[in-house]
Structures are given as C-alpha cells and as structure tokens.
Design a protein around this ligand. Structure first.
Ligand SMILES: NC(=O)c1ccc[n+]([C@@H]2O[C@H](COP(=O)([O-])OP(=O)(O)OC[C@H]3O[C@@H](n4cnc5c(N)ncnc54)[C@H](O)[C@@H]3O)[C@@H](O)[C@H]2O)c1
Length: 320
C-alpha cells in the first residue's frame, strides 16, 4: 500500500511518514519547504526519511495544481494524508493570505486530485481543535457546534471539513478529518510554546506567559497522534465522511506544563506574565470517545513522560 503525505517535512508529517515506513507502507512525501520556520529543521527531518527504504520525496507546493496532478498520476496512492497547511493561530493576524492560499486553495487542489485520480484514494486530513473556538462546554465533542471560530486559521480548518464533506457527498470519496489537539514531541516546531519556552529557559531569558498562565491545554504526544492517524488510515470500517478528535483527554494547566519542562531541562524558569493574546483560546480538552469506539484509539503518554523526551531532543538538536 502506498500513502502520499503532504507536509512530510513538517513536525507531524515526519513522525507519521516514519511510522508508516516502519509498518511496511510505501511513502511518498510532498512538501514545499517554505520558510515559515527553520528550513534547516525541515531539511534535517527530510534527510532522516530519505535514508529509509520505501520513501521518496517530491519538492512541490500543493497550490501548484499541475504539479500536484502530475504527482498523483505518477504515484497512484491508495491513501492521501494531507498535513500541509499554514499553521498558527497568531501568525494569521498579519499574514491572512497565506492561509487562504495553502489551507483553502491548496486543500481544494488536493480534493480535486483525489477526485480525478484513476483509483480514488482515501483522504485523511488534519483539522484542528481550534475549530472549537471559545466553546465553554468541556470536553469538546465532535457533535458540538463549531460555527464561531476566533482565528482565521480555525476558520480555514473548519472550511476544510465542509469542503471534504461536499466532495464525499458529491463524488463518493472517503474523507476523514482529524481535529488534532496541541501536539508536541521530538523534532518539534520552533514556533510552538514549548519550543519558545525551552529556548528562553536555556538562554536565561524570561518566558512570555499569556493570560498570567491561566490557560488549559490538552497536550498530545506526537506518538499518540500518529497512532490515531495510523488507526484511521488502516481502518476499513469508517464511513464515507467523518470527523474525529485526536487528543490526550487530559487538560493540563499551563503553569504545570512550564514546571515539568523546567524540571526536564534542569533550570529555574523566569516568567513574564502577559495578557491573553488575540486568537488564543482559554482551554482545550478533547473527548476521544468517538475515535476510541471507531478504531480503539487510547493515548498513552502523559506530559510527565512526553515532555522529558522533547527536552532531551531539544538540547541535543540545538547543542545546548
Ligand atoms: N502541531 C499541532 O499542535 C497541530 C494541532 C492541530 C492541527 N495541526 C495540523 O496538523 C498539520 C501538521 O502540523 P505540523 O505541526 O506538523 O506543522 P508543520 O508546519 O511542521 O508542517 C506542515 C508542513 O507543510 C508544509 N507546507 C506548508 N504549506 C505547503 C504548501 N503550500 N505546499 C506544500 N507543503 C506545504 C510545510 O513546509 C511544513 O513542512 C497541519 O495541517 C496543522 O494545521 C497541528
């Protein structure tokens, strides 16, 4: 079986590609290696994958419809895992059009290429917990109303869910959306809070703590996310269209997370308390019952187990 992973040089794409290769899949990766964050980190992840048998890569932008059509025609994947996106709930305030381009137009290209493929692949795509916006009812369930996003990023992810539903309905394609909840682990994205905290802590700078640290996040270790993705990809029992949360079902206090990280790095954190940022939500907390019932998903990793793995990788990769 062959899986085509868009955004393979990204944090989650890298881990997912590695796991699918380990399970005997042939993996084709697509990525445009954009400079939203360190291109070197993306190239380093890609180099690890390129050394593994069964992997091949194409440097390609999903907004390049002709290029993408060519890749689909040549590769004929059984499954497409769409992870390529412009992420970040804050970056969209100053860069809205990147979101429109990659997350809407690029995603439409992926849908179109799936639709017109000789053998239509199953499409599994990354949505986000951010679609729950400022919802107060916890934990977040897939049946909750998600019509009030509070960032453009969230709006594009919700749009992806709607677009995928339309394609399933009109063309009988199987499309499954996964609402990922704050993922972390080794080979992490440098723009995420844990990385920013680690960098500041290791350089003796104060960390910027928004809403005075009064925030709750369902932090999910990347191996658990990948386990959920694999279960969805390999299941033959899912409907033509569905949406699932993939989280940890543990909503952690931000200050506890900071303490676990500081302990893992062996430093005393200095904190600069700041107000809430636009686009940020107060709390995220995933109900994972639906995915558990559908494919037996059960996350295993607590932040006390997962954060030390991230901290060790961070020190080693950055030579700190
Ligand atoms: N990391 C999280 O906590 C989290 C949470 C919810 C949802 N998600 C979603 O999961 C997916 C993967 O996230 P990640 O954390 O690995 O992000 P990432 O930025 O590390 O990975 C995305 C990859 O896609 C590539 N890419 C971006 N635009 C592209 C384009 N137009 N064409 C081709 N490649 C392109 C980037 O170069 C990057 O390598 C994204 O869709 C993201 O929105 C992530």
């Amino acid at each position: 079986m062959k899986i085509l992973i868009t955004g393979f040089a990204g944090f989650i794409g890298f881990h997912a590609a590695r796991e699918f290769l380990r399970r005997g899949w042939e993996v084709v990766g697509i990525d445009n290696f954009n400079d939203y964050y360190s291109v070197k980190l993306k190239r380093d992840r890609a180099a690890v994958l390129e050394a593994l048998p069964g992997f091949s890569a194409r440097e390609l932008d999903i907004c390049d419809l002709e290029g993408l059509r060519g890749a689909f025609a040549a590769e004929k994947p059984d499954v497409v895992l769409n992870l390529a996106a412009q992420p970040g709930v804050r970056y969209c305030i100053d860069h809205p059009f990147v979101y429109q381009k990659t997350n809407i137009e690029g995603f439409l290209n992926v849908l179109e290429c799936c639709r017109h493929a000789a053998k239509v692949p199953k499409l599994v795509f990354a949505s986000s917990s951010s679609v729950y916006g400022g919802n107060k009812k916890m934990p977040f369930e897939e049946s909750d109303k998600v019509d009030t996003p509070i960032s453009l990023y969230a709006a594009t992810k919700k749009a992806n869910e709607l677009m995928a539903h339309t394609y399933s309905h009109l063309y009988g394609m199987q499309t499954i959306g996964l609402r990922l909840f704050t993922v972390y682990g080794a080979w992490y994205r440098p723009d995420m809070a844990l990385s920013l905290f680690a960098d500041a802590m290791l350089h003796g700078r104060p960390i910027k703590v928004f809403n005075n640290g009064d925030m709750l996040r369902d932090f999910t270790y990347v191996d658990d996310i990948v386990d959920g993705i694999v279960r969805v990809v390999e299941s033959n029992a899912l409907p033509a269209y569905d949406i699932f949360n993939i989280g940890n079902h543990r909503s952690e206090k931000l200050l506890d997370v900071i303490n676990v990280l500081a302990n893992s790095l062996g430093v005393e954190p200095k904190m600069e308390m700041l107000p809430m940022q636009a686009g940020d939500v107060y709390a995220t907390y995933a109900s994972i019952e639906k995915l558990n019932k559908a494919v037996g998903y059960e996350p295993k990793t607590t932040i006390r187990e997962g954060i030390p793995v991230f901290a060790k990788w961070y020190r080693e990769y950055h030579g700190l």
